[in-house]
Each structure stands twice: as C-alpha cells, then as structure tokens.
Ligand binder design. Structure first.
Ligand SMILES: *Cc1c(COP(=O)(O)O)cnc(C)c1O
Length: 432
C-alpha cells in the first residue's frame, strides 16, 4: 500500500528502513498467529472471571475516606483471584508500583530470623535495597532477615545442587523472578518455574514460593500460580493494567500470604477492610479486560524487534526464534551511543512527549546512569512503548510495551532509523 509507505516517510522512516521492516515482518506470520491465539484464550479467561464474580456497573464506582464496604474493590480482588486461580488477592491503588508490591509481599511474610532465598540469581535492581543487598534504610536486612542467592548455571539452567544446599531451617520464603529484568539471562517459562517450585517444595514443603510476575502476565495461557506459586506479584502499570490503570500493584495467592500483605499495607487489625478505591476502579477493570490484547501487541513488538536487530549482528535476548515468556526484548549494542540512539528513536515515536530528547540520568534505585524513553499517557508506564538502558557494559537496552502492535512497530522502525542516522549501521546492510 503506497499510502502507508508515504505516511511512514512523513513520519521520518526512510525507504531502506521501511523495506527492511517489511521483509522482516513477512516471516513472522505464524509467530503472530500463535500470539493472537494466546490472547484469545486469555481474553476469555478474563471475561469469564468477571462474569463469575458478577461484576456490575456499581463495581465501577469508587469510595472515599476509609473505604469500608467498597464493592468494586472487593469484587476486583475476587476477579484477580479468579484469573490467577488463587485463594485471594490484594489489588490496590495504594500499592504504588511493582517494587512496592514485592517489598510488601516480602516484608509482610517474613519475620526477624527468617531467611529469603533467590534460586534464580540476582533479583531486579530496585529489590537490592529492599532486601539489603545494597544497604538501605528499612531493608529486610535491618530487620534481621537474611538473604541467600544461588545463581543460574552458565547455560541458564537451575543449579539444583546448590539450591538444595542453600535451603535450611531458616528458609521461609523463596523469590523467583520470572522476567529477566535488567539482565541478559533467559526469562523463565511458567513450566520451568513449576519445575523449580516442585523441587523446592520437595525439600521443604512449607516454604513460601513467591514469583515476581512483572512483565509476564498473559504472555502464556497459564500463570505461575497455576504451577504451585503461593504468591504472584506485579505492577498495574505493566501488563495487567492494560495501559489504563494509572497506578497500582497486585498480590494474588494463598489466603494467609495475602492477609499478611493486607495487614502490612494498611494496619494490623484493619487489613483489606480499609483502603478507598477513589476513582480508579473503572480503569482497573477495563485495563484488566484489555490486558490480554495489549500484552499481545507488546509481544509482537518484541518479536519484531528481535527479528529486525539480530540479522544486523546485535545480540538479542530472547533471540529471533525463541519462545516468549515476558514482553521484554534485550538488544545489546555494545556501546553507549547505540543505547542512546535506540532510546531516542523510541521516544521520537511517542504520542506524548515525542519532542523531548531523553538523556542518561542517576535514577533512584539503580546503581548506574539509566536512559529511559517513555512518552507515556501514564507516567513511567512500561506496558506503553518504552525502553530503558543502563549505561554500563554490555550496553544493552531493554525494550518493552506498545499498547497497540502498530505503535510498537512504528517505535522499532524509528529506533532503527535513529541508529542508521547516527551512522551506527550502514543502510546498505539493511537486507535479509
Ligand atoms: C518492573 C519490575 C519490577 C519493579 O516494578 P516497578 O513498578 O518499576 O517498581 C520488579 N521486578 C521486575 C522483574 C520488573 O520488571
């Protein structure tokens, strides 16, 4: 369609990049069909949960003040429990972000003298301060909760032998991060998480297995809570908020675990009974309704990016053909210039703040400068088209999101155009 090509040209995508993108896309038909099928299944799963819980128009209204008897809030928590097949859930605007949700789940379920174990290597950067790996006020370490870590093996497999050795009478909670986060290790499939949990429960059956589910929701048709996780935890400004939730986090899991979290979030004795939902419920419901298709759009963008950049010689994780278990695409540029050009290209594709140029900065919670491209309707929302790159070796960017596939595609083409324009890739190499 020549109109489309002209439109891209007007948006700054030159002929070579456009044609290269088109050639890449032609090979992805069956991958995209598979993504759409998962989205279809998950769409039905969400609608079914809403029907089962008898979501009504009244649920979309919020409360103020204490928020006693908040029908919409309580029903939404049932819907989440239904979607994740858990006994209970805590889904609140008072949970400010993913890190907060994870910190809440950890701090409320661990007691002084307990030990936390990560059998999948270093957790997400911001959790280092929560745990106290990097000293911080109020960390678990300050409360006398110790931490052990077993890294993945060189080939990405679990180090079962050392995991077994690490589990001891103090081990109370195991944290398993599904997504790679800011690392280039593989993301864990739900199946592999299930295998790890059975191994751990085989050694110590009463240990709480928590999964950091950030970026993983609705990528597959099952969730870690379907394979034995006692708690799944995530952010509503990622997948499950569907781009509409303006804030929030969730914890879904065993009744006890969720109750502990509620008592910590509000107050002992009050728990889930308080916490006004204000005006966010309609967006929480509608966002969850959209989440399966929004996640699918982001996933298509990630697959497209891998297939666009891999032939140009950049290392991509996951690679162009691998199966997907989260929406993040890591691309290693090897130089700060590559990372910066990529992020500036993504920013230039935004619908909000496309005119600003992102620069690396010292972000709270991170141990190096980070450049972030985020022209989002919801500030910092990374289910929207976004990219972040810590300015440290191996100089990789982590790209994610796109509320629609069409926008994700445009963003990726813009990123490549920025890289070509900076002279980092010769346009003559844009061939399959
Ligand atoms: C994003 C993310 C977090 C933290 O969420 P924030 O909302 O940024 O605080 C934790 N773990 C993983 C794997 C993440 O991707």
């Amino acid at each position: 369609m020549s109109e489309l090509k002209e439109m891209y040209a007007r948006m700054g995508i030159k002929q070579e990049v456009y044609e290269y993108g088109k050639a890449v896309l032609e090979k992805l038909e069956s991958r995209f069909r598979e993504i759409d099928q998962n989205a279809e299944y998950n769409q039905l799963k969400v609608v079914r949960a809403m029907q089962e819980c008898r979501v009504s128009e009244a649920c979309l209204l919020g409360t103020t003040g204490y928020g006693y008897n908040d029908l919409g809030r309580d029903t939404l928590e049932q819907v989440y429990a239904e979607v994740f097949h858990t006994e209970d859930a805590l889904v609140r605007p008072q949970i400010t972000c993913g890190t907060h949700a994870l910190a809440l789940a950890l701090m409320s379920n661990l007691r002084p003298g307990d030990e936390l174990l990560s059998p999948v290597g270093k957790p997400y950067d911001t959790l280092e301060e929560v745990i106290g790996i990097r000293p911080s006020k109020g960390s678990l370490a300050e409360y006398g909760i110790t931490y052990r870590q077993v890294d993945l093996l060189e080939d990405g497999n679990f180090d079962y032998e050392n995991i077994k050795k690490a589990i001891n009478p103090k081990t109370k909670l195991v944290t398993i991060q599904r997504s790679k986060g800011y690392q280039t290790r593989p993301t864990l499939s739900v199946k592999r998480i299930g295998e790890l949990i059975s191994f751990i429960k085989g050694i110590k059956s009463d240990v709480i297995c928590m999964v950091d589910n950030c970026y993983g929701e609705f990528v597959e048709i099952t969730e870690p809570s379907d394979v034995g996780a006692d708690m799944v935890v995530g952010s509503l400004i990622k997948n499950p908020g569907g781009g509409l939730a303006p804030i929030g986090g969730y914890i879904a899991g065993k009744k006890d675990c969720v109750e502990n979290a509620a008592f910590r979030l509000t107050s002992p004795g009050l728990g889930k009974e308080v916490g006004a939902s204000l005006g966010v419920l309609k967006d929480f419901y509608q966002g969850l309704f959209l989440a399966p298709t929004v996640t699918a759009s982001a996933l298509k963008g990630a697959v497209f990016a891998a297939n666009l950049y891999e032939p140009l010689g950049y290392a991509v994780v996951p690679n162009s053909t691998e199966s997907r278990h989260d929406i993040i695409q890591a691309i290693t540029f090897g130089t700060p210039e590559g990372v910066i050009a990529f992020c500036q290209g993504i920013q230039a594709a935004a619908s909000v703040d496309s005119h600003v140029t992102p620069e690396p900065w010292d972000m709270p919670g991170y141990d190096s400068k980070v450049i972030m491209a985020a022209g989002a309707f919801v500030s910092g929302s990374s289910i929207e088209l976004s990219a972040d790159g810590p300015i440290k070796p191996p100089y990789a960017v982590y790209f994610q999101g796109g509320l629609t596939w069409q926008h994700a595609k445009f963003g990726i083409l813009k990123s490549l155009q920025a890289i070509v324009d900076k002279g980092l890739v010769d346009p003559k190499r844009l061939k399959l």
